[in-house]
Design a protein around this ligand. Structure first.
Ligand SMILES: Cc1cc2nc3c(=O)[nH]c(=O)nc-3n(C[C@H](O)[C@H](O)[C@H](O)COP(=O)(O)O)c2cc1C
Length: 214
C-alpha cells in the first residue's frame, strides 16, 4: 500500500479479536518505532509488551486505581474549537458503543482494560522537565501504530492509562527515572464493529495552512 494511503487509512481500533498477535509481528512494529526522529539520537525510549497474566494484572491495577487518581485531572480550558471537536467525537463514540450494546460506563471500563486487546505496549522515556523526550517517543509510538496497521493489526493509543502511571510503575518495577508516555492496545480488529468503523472527520489541511512563496 502507498504510504499516504496507509497513513490515511489507520484508525484507532476499540474492538479486538481475542487471537493474540505473534511476538514476531510486535517485534517488527517496535523495529519501526526505533527509527523515529528523536532528540540528537539519544533514543530516550523503552517499551514494555504485555499479554496474558501480566496484562490482566496491569488492567486490574488500572481499574482499581483509576477513579481515585482521576480526581483533579482532566481537560480544563480547551480552546473552544477543540472542545467542540472533542464533544462531537465523544458523542459519535458513545453512539457506536451503544450500537454494539455497550453502555457508556461499560465502554469506559473497557478503555481502562486496553479495550480487552490481547496485547498492550507501554511507551516510556527517561523522565525530563522539558518535552523533547516526549516528542521523540510520541514519534516512535506513531511509527509503531503505522507498522501495526501495515501488518493488518489494529491499535489504539491510550493516554488515559498514564493517570495510573505510579501504580503501573510500582507493579512492573519500572524505575523512577522513567515516565510513561502512553499505552497502546494491539490486536486483530473486529471487522464490522461500529466501534472500529465510525467516521473520524478531519479539518482539511488547506484550511489549517498558511502558504508563503509556494
Ligand atoms: C495523546 C493521545 C492520547 C489518546 N488517548 C486515548 C484514550 O485514552 N482513549 C481512547 O479511546 N483514545 C485515545 N486516543 C485516540 C484518539 O481518540 C484518536 O486518535 C482520535 O479520536 C482520532 O481518531 P483516529 O486515531 O481513529 O484517527 C489518544 C490519542 C492520542 C494522540
Amino acid at each position: 500500500m502507498d504510504m499516504l494511503e496507509l497513513i490515511k487509512s489507520r484508525r484507532s481500533i476499540r474492538a479486538f479479536e481475542q487471537e493474540r498477535p505473534s511476538r514476531a509481528v510486535i517485534q517488527e512494529c517496535l523495529e519501526a518505532a526505533i527509527w523515529a526522529p528523536n532528540p540528537t539520537n539519544q533514543q530516550p525510549w523503552e517499551f514494555i509488551v504485555l499479554a496474558g497474566e501480566k496484562l490482566a494484572k496491569v488492567n486490574a491495577c488500572i481499574e482499581q486505581q483509576f477513579f481515585e487518581r482521576m480526581q483533579g485531572s482532566g481537560y480544563d480550558d480547551l480552546p473552544e474549537v477543540c472542545e467542540k471537536r472533542k464533544d462531537e467525537i465523544m458523542e459519535t463514540i458513545s453512539k457506536a458503543a451503544e450500537q454494539e450494546g455497550i453502555n457508556p460506563g461499560q465502554f469506559f471500563e473497557k478503555m481502562l482494560r486496553f479495550f480487552d486487546a490481547p496485547v498492550a505496549v507501554l511507551f516510556l522515556h527517561y523522565a525530563r522537565d522539558e518535552d523533547s523526550y516526549k516528542y521523540g517517543t510520541a514519534a516512535a509510538l506513531q511509527n509503531f501504530l503505522l507498522a501495526a496497521h501495515a501488518r493488518g493489526l489494529g491499535s489504539c493509543w491510550l493516554g488515559i492509562v498514564t493517570i495510573c502511571q505510579e501504580d503501573i510503575k510500582a507493579l512492573l518495577e519500572i524505575p523512577d527515572d522513567k515516565t510513561l508516555l502512553g499505552g497502546v492496545a494491539v490486536g486483530i480488529p473486529v471487522k464490522d464493529s461500529t466501534l472500529n468503523t465510525f467516521e473520524r472527520p478531519r479539518v482539511p489541511a488547506n484550511e489549517l495552512t498558511t502558504w508563503y512563496g509556494l
